[in-house]
Each structure stands twice: as structure tokens, then as C-alpha cells.
Design a protein around this ligand. Structure first.
Ligand SMILES: [Zn+2]
Ligand SMILES: [Zn+2]
Length: 557
């Protein structure tokens, strides 16, 4: 039971200082013997330039892996990838029961079953508004509006006070589908006394309040109605409200909906099971598309972020087996490019425009709205919950800093600027950072999860920049060269500026270097390797202005 040394602490392992990889720990107990709960277990995406070959990035959960015997449960706020995307991969290291709503469980299961050898995860379904007790934690799921069904804030009650962890949320009086963010519920929490509010910072730099999902639906309906030919709409697969509003608009004007892309198929399947697509005509599969008249179809596509293998990119480059678009068709980007994806999205847009296809984006029409709160909405949350402590979360450093300033302006007495790995004591006493824990990221590299510090990635970047030269030399025990050295180059230009083969230049350099070594030196394979390595890189640098990696293999025969 609770004792006088019990502390309530907050320890984010991901999501503070970046958009993505949300993973936050709450701990309760004396410093040496705490119990933990983990809120969310999300992923981020690699960038091809920085992390060649890496698609997915996960938070480094080392701390709680070592403490897993004290981990009571993992609580999923909602099913966006930045909140659940690391769970299938990381769960075997944690093995704690997972709590999530029906829709999130459905998506987790379809993803798990699509991966070979995925572990069976202990999933427990939570109903909206449900409350459960684990150890000293009493956790309540509080429904909020967001851009995916069944999003929740968590009201976490402990003997040291009540924390409201908002998760991702917005105020939307007409969310089209799913929950409202209930003023009454949050006001009641405020009356109960909120010790700390851990709140979404994504849109803190935007003034006012977000438009409603219902406004977007009205606009999309108009754009579908007045389109002369085909309409293709790309959006985030998980935005079921958007998919539903497109389907309703299509029905109104006698068009069929064709759903294209694996991620979209998965979401549609789970959304149907949960009843979010009831009372709509059946969607048609992609292979029906070619048979439908041009003015009788709306295609809903994956690939709004420019992902090269997703439906939209393949259609734009005319590589999709079922779906084609031609001049006069209309493509609507019911989405916004996540920072980092702008180039990829821009190149798809340009390619479609070159083909005479009309493009509509949120720059000129209200065809997308964010699922995160702007300043006007945040101000209300602070007014309703009246927290003693505010900790900005879910944002890049700029967002967190702006949010901290904003929270002070709202009159919050204690504002803590936490980062991934900072252990914040929320109670007893004044909130403060009391420790720093190793945190960071790990990478999914093919089928293997590697630490961020591993040398594979800097090596890959170097190889991409300057290639590699391999030299194989056979030496007998007297230090004589047996046969000609073999030279192979990868990623280097073929010819020098004077038109000589670079491999010839390298081969000559190798021969000269070996000639220049004394017999005694040539019997020392390490000395040979070093001399050839140095000479080859210098010679290539002189011709090319770049130093490739160089592997020298000395074989003693
Ligand atoms: Zn999020
Ligand atoms: Zn979200």
C-alpha cells in the first residue's frame, strides 16, 4: 500500500522532441521499487538520406525492458502508427498485458497476422469510458475526438494525484464519426483536481480552432459531385471518418467506391467489424475499376505521403495493375504531407499534372483537417482541467517550447520541459526533473532491430557517397607476389578525367606500392594491407577528389 516515500514520476521514452514514437512511462512507489505503466508504443519513419535502408524507427525501451517485472500494463490511447507501430516488434521484450479499444486491437491483430512469426500478444479490450485498477494506478479511458476512431485521453489516478494524459485530440463539435471531446468530462476532472496535464503539442503554433471533419465532408461531397470524370482521393488509411464521408458522397451522386491499397483494405476490414461503415453500399475491389464508367467511380487510395510502393505513386507512374487515371480526371489530396515527405508528394503531384490530371490539395480547398488541437482548443483544455503541472508532449522541440510558453500564459503554476529520458517527479513536492535515463531510438533494419549507434549506418552512408574498392593480393612465405593482384571497384566512376580506367589506375598503384616495399615488409601481411590501403585511397582521391572505402585482402599462399 501507499507509503510516505511513494513518488509519482513521468518518464517519456519517445515522442518528446519528435513527432512519432510515442512511449511514456508513469511510475509509482519509492525510488528503489517502482511500479510502471507504459502509455503507447509507437514508431517513426526513417529518412532515406539519413538512414539508408531503414524504414522504421522505434523508441529505445531498454530502461523498461530491464524493469519489465515491474511493468503492470501497456495502455494504447489510439491506433495511429506513432502510438501502436512499435508494439508488435517490441512486445516480446516487455511481455506485459496490453489494453486497447476494439478498433485498435483489430488493427494490431491484422498487422500481427501479416508478419511472419509475429508473437501472440496479450491484448485486453477496453470499452470507451472504462476504468480499471492495476496496482496503485487507476486508469480511465476518456474518449476524445481525433482523426481515427476510438481515440482516448487517459485519466490516471494514483494515491499521489490525478494525471491527465491527453493523447492526440482536438475539439470537433461535429466529428462526422466517433467521439466528441466532452467538455463536461474534462471539467469534472478539473474539479476533482488535476495534478498534471501531459498534452498534445502538435498544432500549438497555430492560432484559433481547427475546422470540423464535417466541413471537410461537405467540401469533398461538392468536389465529387461536380467532377466531370473519375475522382481519386488519397488520405491516411486510418481516417475512417474521411472514408465514410467519401462513401456517402459517392452514393449521393451514383458513384461506386473502389478501395485501393493494402493499408486501406486492412482499415476498411476492421472498421466494418466495428460498425463504422454500416449502411453503405459495398465497396468494389480494385479489379472492378476498369469496368466502371469514368463518371461513376471514386477511388480511395493509399499513398498520400508519397510512399513509393503505395497505390498513388504506382498509379502516377502508370505501374498499377488495375487503376489508371487519364487527362481530365481529378485527384484530391485529402491529407497533408508530414514534414520530410514534401518532396516525394510534390513529385507525384507534378507527374500527375504532366498527364493532364487535375489536382486539388488543402492549399486551395478545405479537403483536409488536422486531428490535433490549435491554441484556441488548448486554451479550453487548460481552462477545463486547471492542472497544477503542465508537461508539453507529442511534438518537436519547437512545439514543446511554444507549448511551455503557452501553458505559462494560461496560468499553470508549474511547467516542466521534459525530453525523452528525463525522469520527472510529479509528486510529492514541486515537480522537477530528478534523473536522466538512457533513451533514444533503435532501427528496424530488414528483419533485425539494431541500436542507433551501430556502425552499419555511417558505413552505408559512406558507401553511398564514395563507393568501395577491393584489392586481393596473394603473397608466398618469401614475400613474393603469387599471380596478379585482383582489383574490383563498386560505386566509382569508370574513367578518370583523362579517360583512363580507374581500375587500371588502381591496379598500377597496387603494383607500384608492392614494388616499393622491402622484402621484410612484404612478409608482414598487416604492413602490406596498410600500405596498399593508403596508396589506393590517395591515388583515387587524386583522380576523383573523393576517397572510397578500401578493403585489402592479403592471402598467404
Ligand atoms: Zn500521434
Ligand atoms: Zn493520432
Amino acid at each position: 500500500m501507499a507509503s510516505s516515500q511513494d513518488e509519482l514520476v513521468f518518464l517519456p521514452l519517445g515522442g518528446l522532441g519528435e513527432i512519432g514514437m510515442n512511449a511514456a512511462l508513469y511510475g509509482f512507489g519509492p525510488e528503489t521499487d517502482r511500479q510502471w505503466i507504459l502509455v503507447d508504443c509507437g514508431m517513426g519513419f526513417g529518412s532515406e538520406e539519413q538512414l539508408p535502408g531503414i524504414d522504421l524507427v522505434y523508441p529505445d525501451l531498454r530502461f523498461i525492458e530491464e524493469e519489465r517485472h515491474n511493468l503492470l500494463g501497456i495502455f494504447i490511447t489510439h491506433a495511429h502508427e506513432d502510438h501502436i507501430g512499435a508494439l508488435v516488434e517490441m512486445w516480446p521484450r516487455l511481455r506485459a498485458p496490453v489494453y486497447a479499444t476494439k478498433f485498435a486491437i483489430g488493427l494490431l491483430e491484422t498487422r500481427r497476422l501479416s508478419e511472419p512469426n509475429a508473437p501472440k500478444i496479450e491484448l485486453n479490450e477496453i470499452a470507451p469510458g472504462q476504468r480499471l485498477t492495476l496496482g496503485n494506478f487507476d486508469i480511465e479511458y476518456v474518449p476524445v475526438a481525433h482523426s481515427i476512431p476510438e481515440s482516448n485521453a487517459l485519466a490516471i489516478r494514483t494515491p499521489q494525484g490525478l494525471v491527465v494524459h491527453t493523447g492526440d485530440w482536438k475539439l470537433d463539435p461535429t466529428p462526422y464519426l466517433g467521439s466528441l471531446t466532452s467538455e463536461e468530462t474534462f471539467r469534472k476532472l478539473g474539479e476533482e483536481g488535476v495534478l498534471a496535464l501531459i498534452c498534445d503539442s502538435t498544432n500549438v503554433v497555430r492560432e484559433g480552432e481547427s475546422p470540423s471533419e464535417a466541413d471537410v465532408a461537405r467540401n469533398l461531397a461538392e468536389l465529387i459531385r461536380n467532377a466531370p470524370h473519375r475522382v481519386a482521393i488519397t488520405t491516411f488509411a486510418s481516417n475512417v471518418a474521411r472514408i465514410r464521408s467519401v462513401a456517402e458522397a459517392a452514393r449521393e451522386c451514383g458513384r461506386e467506391v473502389v478501395v485501393v491499397g493494402r493499408a486501406m483494405d486492412r482499415v476498411v476490414e476492421v472498421a466494418k467489424e466495428c460498425g463504422y461503415l454500416d449502411d453503405l453500399p459495398e465497396f468494389r475491389s480494385a479489379d472492378n475499376y476498369g469496368y466502371l464508367p469514368r463518371d461513376k467511380v471514386v477511388a480511395v487510395l493509399t499513398g498520400s505521403q508519397g510512399e513509393p510502393r503505395a497505390a498513388l505513386a504506382r498509379i502516377a507512374s502508370d505501374e498499377h495493375p488495375d487503376i489508371t487515371l487519364t487527362a481530365g480526371d481529378r485527384v484530391i489530396f485529402s491529407s497533408r504531407a508530414i514534414p520530410g515527405n514534401e518532396k516525394a508528394v510534390g513529385s507525384i503531384i507534378n507527374s500527375l499534372i504532366d498527364q493532364g490530371i487535375e489536382i486539388i490539395t488543402d492549399r486551395t480547398e478545405l479537403v483536409h483537417v488536422s486531428g490535433h488541437p490549435r491554441r484556441g482548443e488548448l486554451a479550453k483544455m487548460y481552462e477545463w482541467t486547471k492542472p497544477r503541472i503542465a508537461i508539453p508532449a507529442h511534438g518537436e522541440p519547437l512545439h514543446l517550447a511554444e507549448h511551455a510558453k503557452f501553458a505559462r500564459e494560461q496560468g499553470v503554476p508549474e511547467v516542466v520541459r521534459a525530453k525523452n529520458g528525463t525522469l520527472v517527479r510529479l509528486a510529492p513536492g514541486k515537480a522537477e526533473i530528478v534523473d536522466t535515463i538512457p533513451a533514444g531510438r533503435v532501427y528496424k533494419d530488414g528483419n533485425i532491430v539494431i541500436p542507433a549507434g551501430e556502425r552499419a549506418l555511417p558505413e552505408r552512408r559512406k558507401l553511398a557517397f564514395a563507393g568501395i574498392v577491393t584489392v586481393a593480393i596473394a603473397l608466398d612465405d618469401r614475400g613474393e607476389i603469387a599471380g596478379d593482384p585482383v582489383v574490383d571497384a563498386m560505386g566509382l566512376p569508370e574513367k578518370s578525367r583523362q579517360g583512363r580506367d580507374l581500375t587500371d589506375i588502381i591496379a598500377d598503384t597496387v603494383a607500384d606500392t608492392l614494388d616499393g616495399l622491402s622484402k621484410a615488409k612484404r612478409r608482414d601481411s598487416e604492413a602490406v594491407e596498410n600500405a596498399v590501403h593508403r596508396a589506393v585511397r590517395a591515388a583515387v582521391n587524386q583522380e576523383w577528389g573523393k576517397k572510397p572505402a578500401c578493403h585489402v585482402l592479403v592471402i598467404e599462399v
